[in-house]
Design a protein around this ligand. Structure first.
Ligand code: RB5
Length: 142
C-alpha cells in the first residue's frame, strides 16, 4: 500500500522520522510535504496530500502541521477525504475502524516522535469495519 505524507514547515523533522519509520514497516512512501523549515501555508500541503489520496484509491496518508488542527480542517474540506486528528493510538485505531479515515493528522508541536510512530503504525495496520459505519460514511459523502 502507498502511504502519502505531507507537512508544513513545522512538521519537517517529524515527517523525516516518519518517512524512515513507515518505510521500515514495508510501505511505499510518497512525500508531498515541504522539506524546508521556511514558513509555508498548511492548506497548500493539505491539498497536495488529498489530491494524491484521491488519485490512489487504496492509499492512506499522514498530514502534519504544528498542532495538526489547521491541516485537519483543510483536509476535511476535500470531498472524499476523511481526516482524523489523533494524539494517541486508540483514536488512530477507531478512526480507521469506524470512520474509514484516509488521512491521519498529527501535531508536530504536540506529539512526541515515539508516540507519533505508534499512532502511525496503528493507523496503517487497522482495517475499516464496514457495516453500520459505511451507512454513516455514505451520509457524510452526501
Ligand atoms: C504554523 O506556525 C502553524 O500555525 C501551523 O503549523 C498549524 O499548527 C496550524 O494549525
Amino acid at each position: 500500500m502507498k502511504v502519502i505524507i505531507g507537512n508544513d514547515h513545522s512538521g519537517v523533522e517529524m515527517k523525516n522520522e516518519l518517512v524512515k519509520f513507515i518505510t521500515s514497516l514495508g510501505f511505499e512512501v510518497c512525500n508531498v510535504g515541504t522539506d524546508d523549515t521556511k514558513s509555508v501555508d498548511y492548506p497548500v500541503f493539505a491539498k497536495k496530500v488529498c489530491s494524491k489520496v484521491l488519485e490512489n484509491k487504496d492509499a492512506l496518508a499522514v498530514a502534519i502541521c504544528g498542532t495538526g488542527i489547521g491541516i485537519s480542517i483543510a483536509c476535511n474540506k476535500v470531498k472524499g477525504i476523511r481526516a482524523g486528528l489523533c494524539h494517541e493510538s486508540f483514536s488512530a485505531m477507531m478512526t480507521r475502524k469506524h470512520n474509514n479515515a484516509n488521512v491521519l493528522c498529527l501535531g508536530a508541536r504536540v506529539t512526541g516522535i515515539e508516540l507519533a510512530k505508534d499512532i502511525v503504525k496503528t493507523f496503517l495496520n487497522t482495517e475499516f469495519e464496514g457495516g453500520r459505519h459505511q451507512r454513516r460514511i455514505d451520509m457524510l459523502e452526501d
